[in-house]
Structures are given as C-alpha cells and as structure tokens.
Design a protein around this ligand. Structure first.
Ligand code: GTQ
Length: 363
C-alpha cells in the first residue's frame, strides 16, 4: 500500500462529503470512554455575584425566559451555539435567581428538568396546575412536556439549582418548546397537592398503583434527611457514604426518567474509596467542607459550590466536617443504552495519589 496514494485518496473523497474510516477509527472508537468534559469546580461566591449582577440587567418576563446562569464545561465549548449548554456531555446545570414579586412565565419543553433549592423561601413553581412552595434542601421535578412557571410571593431572593438533559435532547434532535398562552398557569389544584398526598413517605395513594409521570413533585428536605439518618445505623457504602436516590413512588424508577438525583451524607473524616463509572455527575455542596480527588487532582469544596465529575474519571470524596452532597447524574441514560460499567481503583489501598490542586476562578 502506497501511503501517498492513500493520503491523496483520503483527501479526494472528503470533497464529496465522504469519509475514510481507516483514518477515523481510532478517534471514533476509543478503547474506553474519553470524556470531552473536564473535571471542574465553580465557587459559590462567584455564582452569587454573577446572579446579582444579572438581576440588575435582566428580568424574567418574556417568552418563558429565566434568569439562569448555566455551567459551561470548558471542555465542551466547541459545541456551537452556546456550547450546547453542556455541563457534562449529556447534562446541563444552572443556578437560577427569582426575586420577590417576579414571575418566570410558564412554558413546556421536551427536555426534563429538576431543581434543588439552595437559598431562600417564598417562591413557588407551578407544575400541572399545582403551586409548589420551595424551601432549602427540597428536590423538585418537572419531567418533559409539563407546563411549568415560577412565581415569588415571599420576601427574600431565591436561588436554586436547575438540571436538565438539554445536551442530550439537542444532540439527538428532539427539541420541542412552547410558551404558555398566558403569562403563568392559574392554579387548578390545592397548593402543595402532591406532597400532601405523599406525606407518609413510602406509602402511596391507592390510585397511584400504576405508573405516573410525576406523582410527587416536591421531595422535602426533612424526609430526605430522615431517610439518610436511618441509613446511618448501618455501614456506609464505601464509595458513596450514606446515599439515597430520589425515586418515582408510583413505579420505583428514578424521579426523572433521564436523570438520576442523589443526596449523600459524608460524616466528618469520612474518605470514600476511589472508583470510576461510565456515567457523569454534577455535584452541589449542600452542606459541609471537604475535597474530591478527580483523576489525581484535588478539588476543595465548601457549601454552595458546584463541581463536575466527568464520565470514566477516577474520583473519591473526603469530608472535613459533616457534609451533604446533592448530585445529578446521567446513569438512567447510560442504563437505557446498557453502557454502565464501574471499576474500583485497586492500587494504593484504593486511594489515588494527589498530584495537583485545582485553582478555581475567584471573583
Ligand atoms: O426554570 O423552567 O435553567 O425551562 C433551563 C430551562 C430553567 C425553568 C433552566 C428551563 C428552566
């Protein structure tokens, strides 16, 4: 085989929008996942400052737009436009600020959403005609195609985390979006309807024996915390500490069909063993201080910070004080394709060597 001839031919076919597999195959078929997403961390101070600056220049009052600032992974900016708003290859996350008296108009879309409430009270989201009042530590879901908008009748600014499957839906060409005909939906059900129906925790109304999309809209913090405290009577998971997953009580599946959401407690001094897995994860530090080692780099975190563990990246957590980590993952997507794999870090007693420290951008 004459390599000059092969090279010429490779060039030749590209002008016809054809491609040479013999050149491309090593890049197309990595021997194992090579995430384009970087491990990364954003400090709370930066996020709060930028949200308050955004509040000076932008009000969420048109077409369903929100005052949300998303986490653009620096390894995924080549995706145009707007980097597909990719925090990991499959997931989007953002922080959103709603001020007292403001309305974020109702809309619906084919992307699924979830929220984790980090600051404030007095705002509600209205989903399926139900006003759901949000408090710190609450976890809320808005699976695809449900009308949702937000309003604020309290006194303090409210900030929460949004996570959506935007990059996934964008890349497979499945985007639908529709503004609500009026500004915001009018309530059709009593306030906090679903959390009242599920007040007992692991019992369900008999009418919910068959799978429903979002029978429970708000998973209150006190319930999540109580579940974790129950787990603390037993040995922790070596990789996750004391961790629970939010589920749909009508079918036992993940609360959102395309995104997993967990809350994990790491008691003071707890050091998880290192492992890696196919799925990627976005963390929000709900409480505490500590660090996570990702592929040998130490990421120090404290309350209110956000960080990304890309797929197939070695990682382990260390809590310096009692800590709670909220996280969102694409495990349901990986499992849908039967691609999930996990590997324990065997060397060095199960812990990575720290080779460097991540320096976050400060304000
Ligand atoms: O609050 O409904 O961050 O629709 C992105 C898309 C938030 C929301 C986001 C959305 C929302």
């Amino acid at each position: 085989m004459n390599s000059a001839i092969v090279k010429d031919f490779t060039k030749d076919i590209q002008q016809y929008n054809l491609g040479p597999l013999w050149e491309a195959i090593p890049a197309l078929m990595d021997h194992e996942p090579k995430p384009h997403a970087h491990a990364y961390l954003w400090k709370e101070e930066l996020l709060t400052k930028k949200l308050l600056e955004a509040a000076e220049i932008f009000t969420p009052d048109r077409g369903g737009e929100r005052r949300a600032i998303y986490f653009q992974n620096p390894g995924l900016t080549y995706r145009k436009p707007w980097g597909w708003a990719s925090t990991t290859q499959t997931l989007y996350a953002a922080v959103q600020l709603l001020l007292p008296g403001e309305v974020a108009p109702s809309h619906r879309h084919s992307q699924s959403a979830l929220r984790f409430i980090t600051n404030g009270e007095g705002a509600y989201t209205i989903v399926q005609g139900e006003r759901i009042f949000m408090e710190e530590g609450d976890f809320l879901i808005t699976p695809k195609n449900l009308w949702h908008g937000h309003g604020h009748i309290g006194e303090k600014p409210m900030i929460w985390m949004d996570a959506l499957d935007i990059p996934t839906i964008y890349s497979i060409g499945g985007t639908f979006f529709e503004p609500y005909p009026d500004r915001i939906e009018t309530p059709k059900r009593p306030d906090n309807f679903s959390e009242l129906r599920y007040h007992g925790g692991m019992v369900r109304p008999v009418s919910d024996r068959y799978s429903q999309v979002a029978p429970l809209a708000n998973y209150k913090w006190e319930g999540t915390k109580a579940a974790i405290e129950g787990l603390m009577n037993f040995d922790p998971d070596p990789y996750e500490g004391f961790a629970v997953e939010y589920i749909n009580p009508s079918n036992g599946q993940t609360a959102n069909p395309t995104m997993g959401a967990w809350m994990q407690k790491l008691p003071k001094g707890f050091h998880t063993k290192a492992h890696r897995h196919t799925h990627s994860t976005i963390y929000q530090v709900h409480q505490g201080t500590g660090y996570t080692v990702i592929n040998g780099v130490r990421f120090d975190w404290s309350k209110g910070d956000y960080f990304v563990v890309p797929n197939w990246a070695w990682h382990e957590h260390v809590a310096e004080v009692d800590s709670y980590l909220f996280s969102v993952n694409d495990l349901p997507i990986m499992e849908r394709f039967d691609l999930e794999q996990e590997q324990a870090f065997d060397a060095n007693n199960g812990y990575q060597k720290v080779e460097s420290e991540f320096k976050p951008v400060l304000v």
